[in-house]
Design a protein around this ligand. Structure first.
Ligand code: PLP
Length: 405
């Protein structure tokens, strides 16, 4: 039975298997109880140094005082009202995002997929207002844009489409980092090109500088909108506040989520003024989106990232981390590549090793890492990760990998 103090993990697993839809398959055999900094603890007090961060969500780590205070104070006052009324935190967070990015106007939803849905709708409405029949969005293969039907159609992975056909129309998936493929996919019905500056779920593939500049040029020449999905790459993760800054170009629309609410569900569509103006009353909305609690969390996250210069810190620590992984690469022939920017790094393994086995071995040693597509170990720790914690991870990986020589 459910005890007063502790619940045995086997009971949790049994209830999960019996009552929860099996969309996540075999999970790691742990239920975390609390966290502090970059460390998570299970009920037995076993510590795990976290290089997953709730999939790039927990940018400030665990139990960050600024986030706890913001949420606690706001919860005492007002958790939810409605977008029928003005919401102070919503207006303020929108201002913070607009003032610190190339965007001018913001709309808040509750997840990454919802933010991308908003971006897609905004792009379509922009051309509808102009009286042009442009609705098609060009996206990249191996991308990931979300789990709703439209964002699945945008996601360039056939395995996700097949069971849910028919997919919403108006999306073309073409190879990533291939400018010619984009050029030949553009037609009279094309509205926008949408890409991730670094493909996350797809295996940590970084968009080339020439590709990104070329996309901007193609959009300008053909009057298309450029949309960046910065749901994983945004908010300091790659060593810049948003990853488009690496390329010296600006998107017309970009999306944010994951780290934005520090763990409280929050996503955003951010756009240039003349694009944002395409949304008129009634075009879009959300019951929960941009609520007082989520936006209080968002303000604390954004303020902390800016005040503590966590983008720069992620750039420096990320470079150190990258160099450490490169050393492993030099040492072990089965490591085929090290990729990424800032604290969004990937280390690809060849077919002789199953990346999931390394994830399990790391777990047993008290480290959380994850394996993305292409047999690529992905490292997306809290932005406050220390060099010491990175050293510990590298030493542990070195020990595990020795067994595979
Ligand atoms: C995680 C992710 C999404 C989906 O976000 P959800 O909050 O899970 O809907 C979309 N795009 C990118 C690039 C992501 O990393």
């Amino acid at each position: 039975m459910w005890g007063e103090m502790t619940v045995d993990l086997s009971e949790i697993i049994a209830a999960d298997k019996r009552y929860y839809m099996n969309t996540f398959g075999e999970r790691m055999p742990v239920a975390f109880e609390h966290g502090k900094g970059c460390v998570l603890y299970d009920k037995n007090g076993k510590a795990y140094i976290d290089f997953v961060a709730g999939i790039a969500v927990n940018a400030l780590g665990y139990a960050h005082p600024a986030l706890i205070d913001a949420i606690t104070e706001q919860a005492k006052k007002l958790i939810h009202c409605s977008n029928l009324y003005y919401i102070e935190n919503q207006a303020k967070l929108a201002q913070m995002l607009a003032e610190n990015t190339c965007g001018d106007k913001v709309f808040f939803g509750n997840s990454g997929a919802e933010a991308n849905e908003g971006a897609i709708k905004l792009a379509r409405k922009y051309f509808y207002n102009k009286g042009q029949e442009r609705y098609e969005i060009i996206t990249a293969k191996a991308s990931f844009h979300g789990r709703t039907l439209a964002t699945l159609a945008a996601t360039g992975q056939d395995k996700y489409h097949k069971p849910f056909e028919p997919m919403p129309a108006g999306f073309i998936n073409i190879p990533f980092n291939d400018l010619e493929a984009v050029e030949s996919a553009i037609s009279s019905t094309t509205a926008a090109i949408m890409v991730e500056p670094i493909q996350g779920e797809g295996g940590v593939f970084v968009a080339d500088n020439s590709y990104m500049k070329g996309l901007r040029k193609l959009c300008d020449e053909n009057d298309l909108l450029l949309i960046f999905d910065e749901i994983q790459t945004g908010l300091g993760r790659t060593g810049k506040f948003f990853a488009y800054e690496h390329y010296g170009i600006e998107p017309d629309i970009f999306t944010s989520a994951k780290a934005l609410g520090g763990g409280i569900p929050l996503g955003a569509v951010i756009a240039k003024e003349q694009v944002a103006a395409a949304f008129e009353p009634g075009d879009h909305g959300s019951t929960f989106g941009g609520g007082p609690l989520a936006c209080a969390a968002g303000m604390a996250v954004v303020q902390t990232i800016l005040d503590e210069q966590l983008s720069d810190y992620a750039a420096q620590t990320g470079q150190y981390f990258f160099d450490c992984l490169k050393q492993l690469h030099a040492e072990y022939g089965f490591i085929t590549d090290v990729r990424g920017k800032g604290l969004m790094l990937g280390m690809e393994l060849d077919q002789s090793i199953n990346g999931k086995d390394i994830v399990k071995a790391a777990f047993c040693n008290g480290f959380l890492i994850n394996c993305a597509a292409h047999n690529t170990l992905r490292f997306i720790p809290p932005l406050i990760i220390t060099k010491n914690e990175i050293d510990m991870l590298i030493e542990m990986l070195d020990n595990i990998l020795k067994a595979y020589l």
